[in-house]
Design a protein around this ligand. Sequence first.
Ligand SMILES: [Zn+2]
Length: 1189
Amino acid sequence: MNTPDRVRVCRDMSLQVPGQAKGRYSSLCSDDELLDDDDPTLWQDEVGLSNLQGSVYLPDTGRLASATKEDSSQLAAVIKMGWLDKNPPQGALYYQRRWVKLDVDYLRYFDNDKEIYSKGIISTAFITNVTSVGELKFEVATNNRTFIFRAESEAERNDWVTVLQDCTKGRQRRSTMNHGSPLTLDYQGYLELKGLRSKLYTVVVSDKVFLYKNIDDFRIGVGITSIEMNVGNIKETDRRTFDLTTPYRIFSFIAESEQLKDQWVDAMRNAIGEALSNSEVADQIWAEPSNSFCADCGASKPEWAAINLCVVVCKRCAGEHRGLGPSISKVRSLKMDRKVWTEELIQVFLLLGNERVNSFWAANVPPSEALTPSSCSEDRRRFITNKYRQGKYRKYHPLYGNQKELNNALCINVQCSDLLETISLIFCGADVNCSTGMASWPSPLSLASGHSQPLQAELISHNLNTELPRSEIGGAMEAVHYSAQPCVSHNGFLFKTASMARAITERKSREEFSRRWCTLNDGTFSYYESDKNSNPNGALKASEIVCLAVDTPEKHGYENTFELYSESERLYLFGTDDPDSHKEWVKSIAKCFIPASAEPLLRLGFERIGRLKCKDGLNLQTSKVGWFALVGSTLHAYLEDSQGEEIHLRKLNELSTQQDNEVLVLVERGRTLYIEGERKLDFAGWCGAIQTAAGSGGDTLSQQQLTETDIPVIVHSCIGYITQCGLTSEGIYRKSGVNSRVAALCERFRRDARSLRLKEGEHQVDDVSNTLKRFFRELEEGLFTSEDGSTWLSTAAIQDESKKISQYQMLLNRLPRVNKATLQALINHLYCVQRFSELNQMNLHNLAIVFGPTLFQTDGKDYTAGRAIEDLIQHYTLIFEVDEQQLKKQLEEITVIIQVREKLNTKFPSTEPGGHFICTVYLEEKKDTAEQHVKIPGSMTAAELTCEVLDRRNITVKDKEYWSCWEVSDKEEMERPLHYQERVLPILHSFGTDSHLLIKKNLAMEAMIVYLTSRVDASKHGMMKFREERSILGLGLTSGSFHDRYFILNSSSLRMYKEVRSNRPERDWPVKNLRVYLGIKKKLRPPTCWGLTVVYESKKQERPERQQWYLCCDTQSEMREWYATFLSIQYDGNVWPQDGLQQTRVSRVLPDTRHGNVSLIPLRGSENEMRNSVAAFSQDPLALFRDVR
Ligand SMILES: [Zn+2]
């Protein structure tokens, strides 16, 4: 640390501090912090300096009057607190009196017991030792620093030492600050705190902001303070400055640049969002009273849960649960792991609750073994292992031991709502993957879903891989969910590196490997110091192995290496110089962990093999276990209950990652497979390998990424682009592009053709046309293949026309599949180009001159090659046996495109009555790869649009699935399912650029329908919290807050009363003019998460009016009831089609295919965006060429 600087700072300040503050200030000078670790300047430097800052900044007067309640989340976990004297810094004499608080994660000390923000914070994970020293004192040691505290009494000192030791004992020190679960730091860097002369290292993580003196302190886990963002608010104050306001203090930060400021502001706002939404799940779960106490030790407000065991536990118990491994306990945070908390999972926890579920798990706990909130780590570990790994205290199911009966009982029970019985059955041995014997619902999971028991399905889905409790420790492994090959055994020497917790990014040299005797026996792979030792250095059970990857030779110091990935996220690297031994090991290990059902995978020459969780298009609710092997560009898969299948990675329509890289999405013809990152380490390996395998593999045609119809994506993209933007370009294909840009495009396509979208404005017509030419010219083997190329050329010389054509046809049929499809697509394209030669000047002959030498890869000195191409284009319909009608349609489409473009070029387009519009619609999620470009005729209803998109993705609609089209506003954080009969076009017209259409299921619809059918008439009254959007001084700032109001909603109007007894409504809105959205933007701090945003639009001629206001309900079902009532009134009771979407799907009138009057006019945006939209349209394979090939 920088002592001279500190001293200088001190001196500088003393000059500025006026006399009256001096007493206080001098005491500061002797404060350890100036010389040692805390930074008093953070809190006290403004004394006397800052009349400008106003009182809010000063520590003593800084607490705003309203902030009487201490931040509960900081208090909740406090294990011990009290006054202690903290050691004087080097050279100083006096101890400082500090208020010290300990929770599981941090030891903090404060100026006094009123302070919210600490002077120092030490991560308990970094405390290496706590010992009593001398009189009343004790030492808290971290790797780099020792803190000495002095208690007031011997007893007090001993108590501190004990709790500190308990709290730090057995905790693994981590390399960086650990904040609980596997979290990523959201944003970090140096940031200046106004008034402080040195910058602070600031870290935004999840819902907190941590301040450190510098990055070194951050690394060793010793900081200044943390700020809970649930009480925070961010206000930008200047170009580089912003305030983080809390009820207790305002932190004024100065970023290094405007741009960085924006990033800080974003990061901190996200943290606030995180903090606010965080407690939503916890609050909901705690609504069941027994869930607000740890299921294992009884500690209050437990923030963690084992989602497969259905218990809510405290942080310390959660740590022990994690130690059991995810195959026994899947630990998730109520506050941080937001994604896992689906509506269903929350309901499961509410219905079960700690008390009921403990009636199973803890039916027989001897009082002597029970935990208390203060139990030490060792006791916790023992108890939790007994309870869940061994099932020692559980209540045995009457059918225990009778597998068949248990399975049977499970199949019956999942059709009803008794979740506790399901828990009891599963954890007494019923096989969740057993066969139900029913073809339509082969597994308990599908059975539950099929019988509308989503909660049962949710519960089962978290237990598909759960290891059963078993009392015999160290006994044979019982991986009940799959049967491993029994008697594989193998042994020999291998070279092994230390196991790792992260992927191997560097070459491991020979020195890093050590020789180990390895054995594979009884389903366990063990390694020993030598073949003389009887105790293994380590062992992996077959059931723990999740992936085996074979490295390319010479990747590391040993010639042949392979990687083993374990369930507990460790990676083991083994090597040998003997290729045969390598092969044998790979074979044997794979054999021991791949189940019989996926046995054919073992016969493949795989690069990677293992188990992954996945979902596919037919059932997105529940994931299943799949066994995969990657061989070249083919992914072989054995999914639960299915025959083996192959996925050709180069032919995928899309390959992308979703949800912060936690899901890999593979879209192939007619189906989408979602592979989930159940564990980070092996999943990352799979993602990398699959992405590489899906890229183009070389310079031959068949090694390219291909479209569904076997055309290289690069060819398809270029042709589509030229068709859209280049047909009227004079000298297209003859003119050369800019060489560097063409080279860059080629490279970009080579890297990943699928991800490149050619866009007008961004890419030039001549660059694209030359990219296509260069691709063919440099193609290894050539389009016509090296064997047959010359025969094609000599055919051109045949005089007899019909003989010539049949010779071409013969040659065409001899081409490999990909070559044939590509040639046809290209000739079709060139045929179209020359049909518009009056615009582009490229007639048959001109095109042949260009493409002859390109496609035949000749020097072009004579016209032989050109003549062959001329033949192919001229006799295109004959040689390729083209349907004339299709071709005619295609040419008409092109004509339309050209006309539209002309119109775009002349003036901003006008809408023709009855015209179509192209609009981007997303499926399930807003992202590029989920885009669909749909022509929207004026008559199209929301149901028709929904069906159109579902059809395109081949998604079948099941019973009780309410697929809807949603209007989503990102800015307002609200969404609304369009009524199925609602016309889409006016909605599109009405919304701005921050809204989009999304097709997804309406999960609330069933509940709403049930509610409505239970009602005699559609009306509702009750309390809601109301807030209005008000603009202050026309600045667009909003103010106001939520207030309780009484509402009456009936068939004509919504009336708002100040209270129940009020006679006269404060407000009265006609229902039909209200548009009700789900959700309220977080910025407005809605008091509950069940909010509605209501837009009132009066379209009165004389005074059109628009108001927006907000309603908040206390519960989700309340909100749904209000929403359902609105819907029912607005649509006269007809909220959902009687027969679901099926009728729409069948009777839907497909968009008009006559193109004479089509206006392909995008809806909004600049002219440039509109052009892009037209270009994007051409990228949609459905749009133009689908029917032609
Ligand atoms: Zn606990």
